[in-house]
Design a protein around this ligand. Structure first.
Ligand code: ADP
Ligand code: MG
Length: 574
């Protein structure tokens, strides 16, 4: 029995023009042309081979301009093309793969193109039974041990759409779509599937606390002012000594000050001295021999400030009387900045929570909570960054990513377990390069390193954003699979089009008209670049959007504004 049996009703036209992946089909009857729709699948017969078919996606449908039809009147002939394909009833098709009998004699779809179609070869539309046969083939081929069932194909909702979970994470992926297009739900759906695997390891950067509701995950939260002093294991304090030299400088040094260079030098020297003091006290001789300014070794920031204060006021013996020391007055503003940051409760997660005396081992227990996975415990970790002030958000997210990457790097090869970082709202901390302040620059560098080298050490990125045109193109271009949800903004569409193979231009035209929860999935994780309707997750993320009008429509009690004002003064919400 033949794989496909086509009838006249399926016939579209004949091949007129062949490029490597592009084919133009000449359609002689207007009624046949009406069968063709952009995004639809077609099948082209191959010369000689009875059971080999090429499959293509309709990219463009063009009808003869009326003027030329009139011009050809009287000649008695069908329309004569004047200037190539544009003057004919033409359907442009992008070839996507081949259907052929496999070794077990059952039909298989593969993305390779064994042959090009011959001129005048027949082209049929895939509908009804033939479409179901084909989609069944796709689902079967996609349904392997490492498949992730994401949803159903839009062109045939009876067919399950699988992604290859290995390929999706192997070379980074991006999930792009306008606000409200369904990104967070898609993330939740992917997490839900991953959570069923016994040793899954995904870490989600949750910027708005949207994923707080997912019951299968371990929840960590960067503490806000209300949480300082608490010892809840779900609180993720990120002590300042985890910051490397560049991150510390980005936070404290103002490059525009004339003494910036001296500030950096004195600050670094004091930090090294204090780190050394910690290591000496703990008798960590091996670490002492190898540590650098960047090593995550606890130190007393108060001692660093005291040292800077000393130098800032230092008097040295002069010829006749004491004169001002070499740095006299140069560090006053730095000290002011340090002190105001340390006492600002919004930055409390950096400066409180850990005492300097005992935290040496605290880092490993923190890493355990971040990166650990166990068969019985949660394997999906969600870090809530919603309390982190926006001005330092990039450094803090970048810091967590860097620690994870470095720990993975320093883990013995045979113990290394692959993990994925899900970067929601990536435009907030992975911005384009132009005009970045040092704080943003640091975060970007951490992630760019992961994008470029993470694969070697089993660290994958899933970059999620509503503003792809604002996200670092270095990072986006490293993402081999793209899940594109509805995108309405023209700049964002252009960015996504730029990331996709050129042959899929036609498909990209549907970006602004996709339904909510509907995505174009392109990359090596899918067999067919096409529209997929994503299954809603069983557990829904919380919506980050406040329904103003609805809230205004309800009865509500007045907040205690006097208390709010007092909270503001003492930096503590009660
Ligand atoms: N796969 C889906 N199926 C059906 N509805 C969805 C789907 N994904 C999202 N939605 C709807 O769209 C709303 C916004 O989705 P959300 O994931 O929060 O968008 P985004 O994160 O892109 O802003 C959801 O509250 C839900 O009502
Ligand atoms: Mg969202």
């Amino acid at each position: 029995m033949s794989i496909f049996t086509f009838e006249r009703a399926h016939f579209l036209g004949n091949v007129r023009y062949v490029d490597t992946r592009r084919v133009s089909v000449h359609v002689s009857l207007d009624e046949d042309l009406r069968k063709a729709r952009v995004g639809q699948l077609v099948v082209l017969s191959l010369p000689g081979a009875a059971e080999q078919w090429l499959v293509g996606l309709v990219d463009k449908v063009m009808k003869v301009p009326v003027i030329e039809e009139a011009a050809s009147e009287g000649s008695g002939e069908a329309v004569t093309p004047l200037l190539g394909e544009s003057a004919l009833n033409t359907v442009r098709v992008t070839l996507v793969g081949t259907v052929a009998l496999g070794p077990d004699n059952s039909p298989k779809f593969s993305r390779s193109l064994v042959q090009v179609p011959e001129i005048d070869g027949r082209c049929h539309i895939l509908t009804d039974q033939q479409l179901q046969t084909f989609m069944g083939m796709l689902s079967n081929a996609g349904n392997t041990e490492h498949s992730l069932e994401l949803g159903r194909y839009t062109i045939d909702e009876s067919a399950k759409a699988f992604l290859d979970g290995d390929k999706l994470f192997q070379r980074h992926a991006s999930l792009l779509g306008s606000t409200g297009s369904g990104k967070s739900w898609t993330v939740a759906a992917i997490l839900e599937h991953a959570a069923r695997l016994p040793s899954a390891n995904l870490i989600v950067f949750d910027l708005h606390g949207e994923y707080r509701s997912l019951s299968f995950a371990r929840h960590l939260r960067v503490p806000g002012p209300e949480d300082l002093g608490k010892t809840d294991p779900s609180l993720l304090f990120l002590p300042y000594w985890l910051l490397n030299a560049e991150e510390l400088q980005a936070m404290f040094i103002d490059r525009s000050e004339f003494s910036a260079h001296n500030q950096v030098m004195a600050f670094q020297d004091a930090v090294v001295a204090e780190k050394k003091a910690t290591l000496t006290a703990l008798k960590k001789t091996e670490v002492l021999a190898a540590f650098t300014l960047d090593s995550p070794v606890p130190f007393k920031l108060s001692a660093v400030i005291a040292e800077l204060e000393r130098q800032d006021r230092e008097m040295v013996p002069g010829a006749t009387k004491d004169k001002q020391g070499p740095f006299f007055g140069q560090f006053s503003r730095l000290i002011l900045r340090l002190n105001s940051k340390v006492s600002d409760k919004r930055y409390g997660f950096l400066y409180h929570g850990y005492d300097v005396e005992g935290p040496y081992d605290a880092m490993s227990s923190m890493v355990e909570r971040l990166m650990g996975f166990s068969k019985d415990g949660p394997r999906i970790k969600i870090i809530d960054f919603s309390e982190v002030p926006a001005d330092i958000l990039p450094v803090i997210v970048g810091l967590v990513a860097r620690i994870i990457y470095q720990v993975q790097f320093w883990t013995k090869r045979d113990q290394r377990h692959p993990l994925a970082l899900v970067c929601d709202e990536a435009h907030l901390y992975l911005p384009k390069r132009e005009g970045l302040d040092p704080v943003e620059q640091r975060a970007l560098e951490s992630f760019e390193k992961i994008a470029k080298e993470g694969r070697k050490y089993g660290v994958s990125l899933l970059v999620v954003s509503q503003r792809p045109s604002d996200v670092s193109s270095t990072i986006l271009s490293q993402c081999n699979n793209i899940i594109a949800l509805r995108l309405t903004n023209a700049d964002d569409q252009a960015t996504v089009k730029h990331l996709m193979p050129e042959t899929l231009e036609g498909l990209m035209e549907s970006l602004p008209i996709l339904d909510i929860g509907e995505a174009l999935v392109v990359g090596d994780a899918v067999l067919l670049p096409t529209r997929i309707r994503i299954h809603p997750p069983a557990e829904k993320p919380l919506s980050a959007t406040i329904d103003f009008w609805t809230e205004w429509g309800k009865e509500a009690a007045q907040p205690d504004f006097a208390a709010s004002v007092e909270n503001m003064r003492r930096q503590h919400r009660t």
